[in-house]
Design a protein around this ligand. Structure first.
Ligand SMILES: Nc1nc2c(c(=O)[nH]1)N[C@H]1C(S)=C(S)[C@@H](COP(=O)(O)OP(=O)(O)OC[C@H]3O[C@@H](n4cnc5c(=O)[nH]c(N)nc54)[C@H](O)[C@@H]3O)O[C@H]1N2
Ligand SMILES: Nc1nc2c(c(=O)[nH]1)N[C@H]1C(S)=C(S)[C@@H](COP(=O)(O)OP(=O)(O)OC[C@H]3O[C@@H](n4cnc5c(=O)[nH]c(N)nc54)[C@H](O)[C@@H]3O)O[C@H]1N2
Ligand code: SF4
Ligand SMILES: [Mo]
Length: 734
């Protein structure tokens, strides 16, 4: 018998916990939190343990699948690539490059091979039709931060170990484990905050798990955050509580903000928010008068029609109360590799822009090089030049995860050709002509490209493969192969040689005279690992290829099996800024111009009943309901209804109810809950595993209902294109 112990970052959510995994004779025998990990300090949640189930899941695809006569059949890699090479290039030739779309999903951020090589596929295709889960999620925050600080990934996050007041809006880190904020063991950190006399305040239409441990919870009407936040900013000015703090000399636009929110008094917005004006003033007072305080807002504030405005006002509040870029306030991480806000000239830059092109059917502006996921179906359905004829999906399941999933399913069925890079035959990939599975995360190495930029402390952690890789292409190699096919190369092209050639070219462009030295220093590496070596050594802690001998290299990061701690967050303004002005733009024109749209909505009548989502710690978006350790226990896909609403609607606990909206209808079990704000019901997303043609045996036993069948794909935030997933009018009957 051979026993071994491995260290691996959990790839299942943004907390990125360090795991200790024990293996005996090639089988995982134990998964627990890595107590030596300086960043996650032994924390883990039940999903991590399910990595073993994922690895062993008989339904997880191990070989490519090709659909013949409507049925998916196992195929060899050569057959799968040959099929793609036979069918994809002719469609490109006949209908043009925009006729081939790509859609990428959440797990891409957790596999660095996918994350670093996906752009190469998108570039090779040259299509404008790039869609991602970002537009079901966080684009509004990235847009507001991009406009304010100059880069999409310059998102400030609470300095939780030093703050005395944390206001959490539209996030439930006790269930989600944090988002746009890599903060393992939020609960432990919140307890420590309270133990040192600090306060946690939650603003959410539901008294969530996080609200339950908070010092105060305020229910807010779904979609009303923009009004609350604008009124808080208004109050700061009205009461003379504005204090810019350390960043004062780097701020443009304070006066413009004051004028822009002048009408949004607490009294004017109170009814819309479902909160008393006094409460809004008191909350503002507490924020302004607490030395170390932070406002953190997440998906509840993004997935609404005023998502970008709300996201922006959060940081306006942080800044105007002196808490931006200050210890104990909200601060910026300095990542060890890959962060654009550590590259180029410090202090100013090109900034960001949107709308370089518009989506063909709805005219939605391009944001971060993408079109909204909610435009995918209409772009497939609508005839005309550049109509989407073929689609490549990479780790995404929009049939369950995007609004109006049933419409997407129908659209996918009408495609001329579809390829899915995915590990399951599920609600989306059942429409694919070819499915190309990646390896289990336990067989892959990893480094967090994105989450290293959003971490509660600065850190660098590398994960080596836990189990030996199989003899098949890795996901970065698959992406390169697809890119090569899309560019008309032969199907038997040597992807490693291609990777070498592209790397050499990039190094030549980036390093000029120093290119040979860089090539020499990275010899023997390839793929994402080579990019990581380059990223670390040229990064802010790097050894600059020997010029700073104490600096980081890949070998040094690899040698620290539980990861390297790079210290507490440090103030980064002005060095971090990449705005053209070199200032923080507090009043971006695009955002000021959108405020009248909010004002026009302030007196809008509330629908009698609206629906919101929720997350459960044992569930992960749409794809982990097939894993035994997570699937057991009570049914989690229930509709939470306030008892007063239930009485009015004659709904009974434990009985089926029919939920309908303008877009669709589903059935779910009723669960009475006094935690719900009256007039608001909640159903989790990612369920509805009863569609034919999937291969998810366990999930199909308790399929649940698809929340997204109720949501309207035409409702978006016009600035960011983000989907509206919250506050949609529904009716519920027994
Ligand atoms: N109503 C409502 N809808 C929502 C949300 C909400 O709050 N409410 N949340 C939204 C959010 S925040 C997000 S991020 C999206 C997520 O939506 P998506 O990005 O579509 O992600 P998932 O639904 O989790 O689907 C992930 C897919 O990746 C596959 N997969 C898993 N691991 C791997 C791997 O290692 N390699 C490959 N190639 N494939 C893999 C899975 O089989 C699955 O098909 O959902 C959004 N949808
Ligand atoms: N266990 C688990 N963890 C996950 C995921 C998962 O599916 N399961 N998904 C991961 C992903 S992809 C993401 S993006 C993150 C998201 O992480 P979070 O942002 O923490 O997401 P949620 O837990 O959905 O919390 C959103 C909260 O917003 C509230 N809300 C809804 N509408 C409104 C509104 O209009 N205003 C306000 N103020 N609040 C509102 C909801 O009641 C809910 O409590 O979680 C990640 N982690
Ligand atoms: S909170 Fe759970 S799912 Fe998220 S990274 Fe940690 S162990 Fe994994
Ligand atoms: Mo997400």
């Amino acid at each position: 018998m051979t026993d071994s112990t491995h260290h691996r970052i959990c790839p299942l959510c943004e907390a990125c916990c360090g795991l200790e995994i024990k293996v005996r004779d090639g089988t995982v025998t134990q998964i627990r939190g890595d107590a030596q990990d300086p960043f996650s300090q032994g924390y883990l949640c039940p999903k991590a343990v399910a990595l073993k189930d994922l690895h062993d899941d008989p339904d997880r695809l191990r070989t490519p699948m090709i659909k013949r006569g409507g049925v998916h059949q196992p195929a060899t890699w050569d057959e799968a690539f040959a099929e793609i090479a036979r069918r994809l290039p002719p469609l490109q030739a006949q209908h043009g490059r925009h006729a081939v779309a790509v859609a990428v999903g959440n797990p891409v951020a957790h596999k660095y091979g996918l994350f670093t090589y996906f752009p190469k596929l998108a570039r090779a295709l040259g299509t404008r039709n790039v869609f991602s889960a970002s537009s079901l999620d966080q684009v509004p925050k990235q847009l507001s931060c991009g406009l304010m600080f100059g880069h999409w990934m310059s998102v400030p996050l609470p300095d939780i170990s030093r703050t005395q007041l944390l206001i959490v809006i539209g996030a439930n880190p006790l269930a989600s484990n944090g988002s746009l904020w890599t903060v393992p063991d939020f609960k432990g950190k919140a307890k420590a905050l309270q133990a040192r006399g600090g306060r946690l305040v939650v603003i959410d239409p539901r008294r969530t798990e996080t609200a339950a441990v908070a010092n105060a919870h305020h229910a807010i009407r779904p979609g009303a955050d923009v009004f609350l936040l604008a009124a808080m900013v208004n109050t700061l000015f009205a009461k003379g509580w504005v204090r810019l703090g350390a960043v004062a000399e780097w701020v443009n636009g304070v006066d413009e903000v004051r004028q822009a929110v002048a009408a949004f008094t607490p009294e004017a917005v109170a009814q819309r928010c479902g909160m008393a004006a006094d409460t809004i003033v008191a909350l503002t007072h507490e924020l302004a008068h607490t030395e170390r305080a932070a406002v953190y807002a997440r998906i509840g504030t993004c997935t609404q029609t005023f998502g970008t405005l709300a996201s922006w006002l959060v940081d306006v509040l942080n800044l105007l109360t002196g808490h931006l870029d200050a210890p104990g306030g909200v601060m910026f991480t300095k990542a060890a590799a890959f962060a654009s806000n550590t590259q180029g000239k410090p202090g100013s830059g090109r900034g960001i822009s949107t709308g370089r092109h518009q989506s063909r059917v709805s005219g939605a502006p391009e944001v971060m090089g993408e079109q909204p996921m909610t435009c995918l179906a209409e772009e497939i359905e609508t005839a005309g030049a550049d109509q989407i004829r073929a689609l490549i999906t990479v780790a995404t399941n929009p049939v369950l995860s995007a609004p109006n999933g049933p419409r997407i399913a129908k659209a996918l069925e009408s495609l001329d050709f579809m390829v899915s890079m995915d590990i399951y035959l599920n609600e989306t990939t059942r429409h694919a002509d070819v499915i190309l599975p990646g390896v289990s995360p336990l067989q892959d190495d990893h480094f967090d490209v994105t989450f290293g930029q959003l971490s509660w402390r600065n850190q660098a952690r590398y994960s080596a493969p836990v189990l030996p890789p199989e003899d098949r292409p890795t996901e970065w190699q698959i992406l390169l192969k697809l890119a090569a096919i899309a560019q008309g190369q032969k199907v038997d092209v040597d992807v490693n040689a291609l990777d070498d050639a592209q790397f050499a070219q990039d190094v030549q462009r980036q390093f000029g005279n120093h290119a040979p030295a860089v090539m020499q220093a990275t010899q023997g590496l390839r793929g994402p690992q080579r990019l990581l070596e380059l990223g670390l050594r040229t990064g802010p802690y790097g050894d600059a290829f020997g010029q700073k001998p104490d600096g980081l290299t890949l070998a040094k990061v690899q040698a620290a099996t539980s990861g390297l701690d790079l210290g507490e967050l440090q103030p980064r303004v002005p060095e971090l800024l990449r705005t053209p002005s070199g200032q923080i733009e507090l009043a971006p024109r695009m955002l000021l111009a959108d405020l009248p749209r909010a004002w026009a909505d302030v007196h809008a009548c509330a629908p009698e009943l609206v629906i919101i989502g929720r997350r459960d710690v044992r569930s992960n978006n749409s794809w982990m309901h097939n894993l035994p350790t997570l699937a057991k226990g009570p049914m989690r896909c229930t509709v939470l209804v306030n008892p007063a609403d239930a009485a009015r609607l004659q709904l009974q606990d434990g009985k089926l109810a029919c939920i309908s909206s303008a877009s669709g209808q589903v059935q779910a079990l009723v669960e009475l809950s006094a935690d719900m704000m009256p007039g608001v019901v909640s159903l989790p997303h990612g369920w509805g595993h009863d569609l034919p043609g999937s291969q998810l045996a366990l999930a199909a036993q308790r399929p649940g209902a698809n929340l997204n069948a109720l949501l309207d794909d035409q409702q978006r935030d016009p600035l960011s294109g983000n989907a509206v997933l919250s506050g949609v009018a529904v009716s519920v009957r027994a």
